[in-house]
Design a protein around this ligand. Sequence first.
Ligand code: ZN
Length: 251
Amino acid sequence: MKLAILADVHGNLEALTAVLEDLEKKSVDRVSFLGDAVGYGADPVPCLEMLEKSVSRFVAGNHDHAAAHEQVCLEDLNEDAAVALQWTRCVIPPDAKDRLRRLPMDFHDDEAYLVHGSPFKPDRWEYVLSAQDADKGFGACESRVTLVGHTHIPAAHVEVECKRLFTGMMRRIEMADPESLQLEPRCRYILNPGSVGQPRDGDPRAAYAIFDPQAGRYTIQRVSYDVEKACTKIRKAGLPEDLAERLKSGN
Ligand code: ZN
């Protein structure tokens, strides 16, 4: 079985379209989405609709949640994110907001546990960046493979069980190269596919992952798309210039 794992589209229709076209060539069995369909980009509604048609698992991201719940305070976000969310709230029609409101916070599959931020209290939207973050996440879930988004950076955190004389089993958290990963039977994983619509690892191409649970293979895919067009739309919508610039740099 081949699963496509997408996260953090953020209203970038050009990036999402390019990824979905790429997927047609890869004959995947299922597409899962780890949240943040909207926010930052100029096409929140078309992205939401396209995702609804293409994915079979869809969990809420913090931007989806904030866009659909007017009472969510935007003060904790950075200024660009807050401005973009305010704009997003204005352009999303009520029925689309209803659909965003109904998104689950997480999803348990046979193959993996899906959540936008850390598995530790999903509604707190914590990041899994460090080994400590990952340790907290592993402690909060039992699944062997957890798929997360939110950081916009491809990552693989591994919980390794190691036998120690006298002390018995110990756990150790390691980071592995997410680009091409072979899963080991005795380990647990928190894996991030990177971001479709706003990559932050210095590579401006759209990122997603292909996961084959039976073979234990996880690989990051990169797809070039029309970044200029996405930037022009951001400017035309009156959204902050930095949101266009960061698409070009991938940071
Ligand atoms: Zn995001």
